[in-house]
Design a protein around this ligand. Structure first.
Ligand code: HEC
Ligand code: HEC
Length: 287
């Protein structure tokens, strides 16, 4: 009897371990053709701005929004992350990458060896990007300068530093479905590119977004202060007031945008009037 119980428990453990390795393993994407000839670097630059890649990947305080030297620190409940150098430097950046590597980083949150990236890199949003936009973004990327700044390591406590665990997290929380609304352009801009929810929606104890509390405001990830809610009830702004804020940074009370939202406005203000309008319309749907 005892032996049977032990065998049963050992089987259970073996099953658990096998399941862990299965769930946490790398995924593969369907191969996508890249040809520079069929890509549009101007659209790529537009996507770059809408997606705010520079907000995290330029050096702290850098004025050059195209020099992706990395180095910025992001303090979270799970440790301190450092943005890597993603310039075209072969030694320190991603200059040796092929399109496939770039695609898998954004679509799957995986590095060229199949290791998982931490979701401090908001690939949970970028995975919803259209293939054509990733192709265009890559063709624009190839025009960007190199920075020879070496990467700094993340500072994460044991367990949270294990990339393999992120595979389990992804299988629980990563989805290529849009959360609110149809796949219209407003939803695409907000959910796939501008990743507004990454800051404005609270997170559970595993750091995953609480979709039921979409845009209700959140603790700042650093633990200091709160990011405001931007549902219709929280904000109470008209469409024009939202567009004005996203264009000039002025609130209806003539306060001026601050904190991390300032670089968001710096980017979004460069989008077309139509796209800002669509973002405002999306916000007005979130009650
Ligand atoms: C909120 C901050 C943030 C934004 C915005 C952001 N990233 Fe990152 N990115 C990170 C962090 C942090 C990492 C490191 C992840 C890790 O080590 O697991 C990273 C890693 C990467 C990597 C992997 C680099 C390597 O050496 O393996 C690439 C490529 C990348 N980002 C591209 C982009 C692109 C393209 C965009 C815009 C579409 C973008 N990032 C926007 C924070 C950000
Ligand atoms: C990197 C984090 C971050 C991202 C991404 C972000 N926000 Fe914000 N947002 C903030 C912070 C912080 C504030 C508070 C700004 C301040 O104190 O001036 C804010 C403020 C706002 C406000 C004004 C709220 C008020 O009551 O004054 C609006 C509207 C807003 N954000 C909309 C958006 C939209 C739309 C997006 C996506 C296009 C977005 N945010 C993306 C962090 C973020």
């Amino acid at each position: 009897m005892r032996l049977k119980a032990i065998i049963f428990i050992l089987c259970l453990i073996a099953f658990g371990v096998a399941l862990y390795f299965f769930v946490s393993g790398p995924k593969s994407s369907d191969p996508i053709e890249y040809s520079a000839k069929n890509s549009d670097p101007n659209n790529g630059e537009y996507i770059y701005i809408a997606a705010g890649c520079s907000s995290c990947h330029v050096a702290e305080g850098s004025e050059n929004k195209y020099l992706l030297a990395g180095g910025q620190k992001f303090e979270t409940a799970f440790g301190t992350f450092r943005a890597p150098n993603i310039s075209n430097s072969v030694e320190f950046g991603i200059g040796s990458w092929e399109f496939k590597d770039f695609y898998n980083a954004l679509k799957l949150g995986q590095d060229p060896d199949g290791q998982h990236y931490f979701p401090a890199f908001p690939y949970t949003a970028y995975s919803k990007m259209k293939d054509k936009d990733i192709i265009d973004l890559w063709s624009f990327w190839k025009t960007l300068p190199s920075s020879e700044t070496p990467n700094e390591d993340h500072n994460l406590p044991f367990f949270f530093d294990l990339r393999r665990n992120v595979g389990v997290w992804k299988s629980l929380y990563m989805s290529d479905e849009f959360i609110k609304g149809d796949q219209d352009r407003g939803t695409y801009l907000v959910e796939a590119l501008a990743h507004c929810t990454e800051c404005h929606t609270p997170r559970n104890f595993l750091g995953a977004l609480e979709n039921a509390k979409w845009f209700e405001g959140a603790q700042d990830p650093s633990g200091k202060g709160r990011i405001p809610g931007i549902t219709v009830q929280d904000l109470g702004w008209t469409k024009d007031e939202i567009v004005e804020y996203l264009s000039s940074g002025f609130t209806p009370d003539y306060d001026v945008v601050g904190g991390k939202m300032a670089s968001v406005v710096e980017n979004i203000s460069q989008l077309t009037a139509m796209d800002k309008e669509l973002i405002a319309q999306y916000l007005l749907r979130i009650k």
